[in-house]
Design a protein around this ligand. Structure first.
Ligand SMILES: Nc1ncnc2c1ncn2[C@@H]1O[C@H](COP(=O)(O)OP(=O)(O)O)[C@@H](O)[C@H]1O
Ligand SMILES: [Mg+2]
Length: 247
């Protein structure tokens, strides 16, 4: 199982939106895909029309006798399942801190899922925390959405420094620009300069668009309600680019 984490220290950059659309692209290839909504706000669960809440919450997940598989829901789309969020996820750090190996708790929770799914997408909450340390430890592919603004680049650089300090982490990193407004000169200049100078950034960026924003109303991946849109083409092209990097 390959684990794709959609993560950024910053909130509001499009982690959840990207998670739902990229996971849908993965599942649409016929590959068994699970999305775990790790953010207690539960936006991925909302987009996939599921209530927030799992039996037992974080406490239950920490207990071996409660298998994680029992919490999984079907998304209603072929090959795509959802592990919903729970309000108690805000206590992940507290529970992890009390464990024997605080940075290995998520790895343990995920273990039973490895044989069932080919790909796991983790929709991560923002911030640097014990949960994010756990996430980084299990991640194979780190997808970092960011808006082309100076502040967004600043927090990206902070994340890069953090990753560089931890020699144990061995993952593929793919940052990409989201919410790009081509009428905004700051966006245009940053996106062009950064992508030009730093090949680690995905060539394909995602535009700022009302069609994407509408996910909150449609509660569905873009490919369902706007399959022929330029925005969906951008998202599927980004997904292909990510897969290409893994070859
Ligand atoms: N490309 C985009 N164009 C327009 N709105 C977007 C785009 N990506 C995300 N959004 C909107 O921005 C807000 C934050 O996105 P979200 O995916 O929830 O970010 P995060 O998970 O990083 O907090 C949401 O209202 C979402 O609909
Ligand atoms: Mg989110």
């Amino acid at each position: 199982m390959k684990i794709f984490s959609i993560y950024n220290i910053k909130g509001g950059v499009g982690k959840t939106t990207s998670t739902v659309n990229l996971a849908y692209s993965s599942a649409a290839e016929g590959v068994s895909t699970l999305v775990w909504d790790l953010d207690p706000q539960g936006a991925t669960s909302y987009y996939l029309c599921h209530k927030v809440g799992i039996p037992g919450g974080v406490k239950g997940l920490m207990q071996k006798k409660n298998p994680v598989e029992d919490r999984i829901k079907s998304s209603g789309y072929p090959n795509l399942d959802l592990f919903p969020a729970d309000a108690s996820y805000r206590y992940f750090d507290q529970y992890f801190a009390e464990a024997n190996k605080p940075d290995g708790c998520l790895k343990k929770m995920i273990k039973p899922l490895r044989d069932t799914y080919k790909r796991l997408f983790l929709d991560c909450p923002p911030g640097l925390s014990l949960l994010s340390e756990n996430i980084l430890r299990v991640t194979d592919v780190l997808l970092i959405p960011l808006i082309p603004t100076p502040l967004s680049l600043r927090s990206y650089n902070r994340l890069v420094r953090h990753l560089a300090k931890n020699k144990k982490l061995k993952m593929r990193v793919v940052p990409f620009f989201n919410m790009v407004n081509t009428n905004n000169s700051v966006h245009r200049i940053i996106a062009k300069n950064v992508c030009g100078k730093h090949p680690i950034f995905a060539k394909q960026s995602i535009p700022h668009s009302n069609v994407i924003e509408a996910m909150g109303v449609k509660r569905a991946p873009l490919a369902i309600y706007a399959p022929d849109s330029d925005e969906n083409l951008a998202l599927t092209t980004l997904w292909r680019e990510i897969l290409k990097r893994l070859e």
